[in-house]
Design a binder for this molecule. Structure first.
Ligand code: MLT
Ligand code: ZN
Length: 440
């Protein structure tokens, strides 16, 4: 985003866990701060050296350690790129349990450290469930080997959970054991244009009921985001006339075991939606080929990059009740209008897209001519207050990083933050591990 500017003057690229351990021991002895860095695709400034800490890049640790095609358990170095791992297990008919737009650059260790959510969470759950074990270098250089390949292990505190989403503040993830699901035999998707946002909730209920276990994604794109996508060459996926003044769009993906059976269900669903007394959609399309399937996903996955092309994006990643998605986006737009900051001279677009099936809205606010303090002052803490008033989360999946430390209290109670501090103190009393991140 060009929003964060690292201050590091040294980057270390260890090749082994033992080298990571030696580096950490050296740094602990001299109290040198360390910023662990994966693919550097985070959106909250979590892998940035704020005060000349060294950057410890995991990218040279990129070997698969083992894969068991029977259990689907993959053990890999933290620096493996997510897409490379997908490619590695594809011939064995398995897929990674997570998928996200940054898959070509992000690394599995970073995914785990940030507890990345993404597009498959609805189907396969979060990394807190799919990660079976971790190898972590602790802040004193000790190697914590919990690289278990057991599905069940109820022997006391599950320490690995602290490093999933710990954003490198408690230790450096160097190895990962993860359960990969069998590849579905058939995947399909549909793209729907909805006349009104109010139709999203009833649509979600119908889709869940009709598709049942084969539904694997339910993604939301509002009209502003869709039009932005069209401007930047994504799509068109639907006939412009049929889309008319549709307020929003939904992408539904299915992953099942029998293509004929899945297509029958999807066709039946489309027919039902179009011919109901009060149709919930204006129009919709079912992908007819792998290239159409990819084009539909490209519209959703390409939005992040389109935002960068529009200007400088302020990115908010919030969880709010599904029914409030559009109200939150509208409230922010109205706020900017009331402050005289809406238009090509300041904030040119306010839009929402995201993982509606998980209650996760990506609110993107585009500053056409760059980040400016008065724009940020109008947005924050306003947005965090709106989210807190709906009992939401100020970070659904991107993490806290350095961007949201001051906003942590909107989603965590004083007691929670106090105990987070105590945990940090136990693991990292010298505060050398990614200092300035997560905790204010
Ligand atoms: C996404 O779902 O596209 C990502 O989380 C990134 C974004 O918020 O743009
Ligand atoms: Zn997302």
């Amino acid at each position: 985003m060009g929003k964060y500017h690292g201050q590091a003057n040294s980057v270390l690229r260890p090749r082994t866990t033992e080298q990571v351990s030696e580096i950490v021991k050296y740094c602990a002895h001299r109290r040198i701060g360390i910023v662990p860095q994966g693919g550097n695709t985070g959106l909250v400034g979590g892998s940035i050296s704020l005060q000349k800490e060294i950057v410890l890049s995991l990218g040279a640790m990129n070997n698969v350690r083992s894969f068991d095609p029977v259990s689907g358990i993959l053990v890999a170095d933290a620096g493996c790129i997510l897409q490379s791992l997908s490619d590695y297990i594809a011939p064995h008919n398995h897929i990674m349990p997570l998928d996200l737009g940054a898959k070509g650059s992000c690394q599995i260790g970073g995914n785990i450290s940030t507890n990345a959510g993404g597009l498959r969470l609805l189907r396969y759950g979060s990394l807190h469930g799919t990660v079976l074990g971790l190898e972590v270098v602790l802040p004193d250089g000790t190697i914590l080997d919990q690289l278990s390949t057991l599905r069940k292990d109820n022997t006391g505190y599950d320490l690995k959970q602290l490093f999933i989403g710990g954003e490198g503040t408690l230790g450096i993830v160097t190895g990962v054991s993860i359960l990969t699901p069998p590849a579905p035999q058939a995947t399909n998707n549909i793209f729907l244009a909805l006349p009104r946002f109010d139709n999203v909730l009833p649509l979600f209920q119908i889709v869940k009921r009709q598709l049942g276990e084969i539904m694997s994604a339910f993604e939301y794109i509002d009209r502003t985001a869709y039009d932005m996508g069209l401007t930047h060459g994504l799509g068109p996926l639907l006939d412009a006339e049929e889309v008319g003044d549709s307020e929003c769009f939904i992408l539904v993906e299915t992953s099942g075991g029998n293509n004929e059976h899945d297509l029958e269900k999807l066709n039946h669903l489309l027919e039902h939606l179009l011919t109901a007394d009060q149709p919930l959609i204006n129009t919709g399309t079912l992908s007819q080929s792998p290239s159409q399937f990819n084009a539909i996903w490209a519209m959703r996955e390409g939005l992040t990059e389109c935002c960068q092309k529009e200007g400088k994006p302020y990115k908010y990643d919030v969880s709010v009740p599904l029914a409030d998605f559009q109200k939150v986006v509208d409230a922010v737009r109205e706020r900017m209008i009331s402050k005289g900051l809406y238009g090509d001279h300041a904030i040119s677009k306010v839009m929402g897209y995201g993982h509606v099936g998980d209650g996760n809205l990506h609110l993107n606010v585009i500053a056409k001519h760059g980040y400016r303090p008065e724009l940020e002052a109008a947005l924050e803490p306003f947005i965090y207050e709106v989210v807190a008033s709906r009992k939401g989360s100020v970070s659904a999946e991107h993490g806290i990083g350095s961007m949201k430390t001051h906003a942590l209290h909107y989603s965590k109670s004083d007691v929670s933050i106090e105990w987070m501090r105590k945990v940090k103190q136990v693991f990292d009393p010298l505060n050398i591990m990614n200092p300035g991140k997560v905790l204010p």
